[in-house]
Write a protein that binds this ligand. Sequence first.
Ligand SMILES: *Cc1c(COP(=O)(O)O)cnc(C)c1O
Length: 225
Amino acid sequence: MSIGENLKLVKARMEDVRGEKRTGAGLGHLIAVSKTRPVEDIELAIESGQRLFGENRVQEAMAKFPALKSQYKDLQLHLIGPLQSNKVKEAVAHFDVIQTIDRPKIAKVIAREMKEQNRDLTLFVQVNVGEEPQKGGVLPQDLEGLLALCRDEYGLDISGLMCIPPVDAEPSPYFVLLRRLAQSHGIELLSMGMSADFESALQFGADYVRVGSAIFGRREAPKNS
Ligand SMILES: *Cc1c(COP(=O)(O)O)cnc(C)c1O
């Protein structure tokens, strides 16, 4: 199947969840995750009407998106991978949304760069909902402290929470947890759900689902990890 057909299918599946009124009140936006994909594939998605894209590496996004963004002014680029402080300058320059704030240091540097570059990004905190040692994200019990620091020390407005549940687990309890955390901290947006579980995420109120392989096909295993 083509990228255009895959996109149509994913959107139809999203629409089905909405139609059955099984959804929470989420906005249900689709982010096409284009990591590891060539620019030609991204262009095919754009031609099919897709405008929101997710990348997980700053360097890779910088190689692919500036030309596309100057051609298509309404593209919105989300950073969904781990961020190092030495990449924040480029991240703030090239992304519209950063979903992976997970520690004070990175929040501080983002705040500084947004001011310096006079850029107004939408910001999410990533929560390590499964409390997995190898995974990014703030632990649920440390979320409150990080949010307070972002707001009071760095003047950052955090719009949303993002999570990646443990790979082999049933994801719905983690979607419920993320929604509960957002509600209890007055945070509006939820980024949750991937190719395997976006329908479930929508049922629990996802505002953004991040879908890669169901649109672009299976990824090759990365060579350097
Ligand atoms: C790769 C990735 C996705 C998309 O994964 P698929 O299973 O291909 O849909 C979503 N979110 C994050 C954070 C990712 O790194």
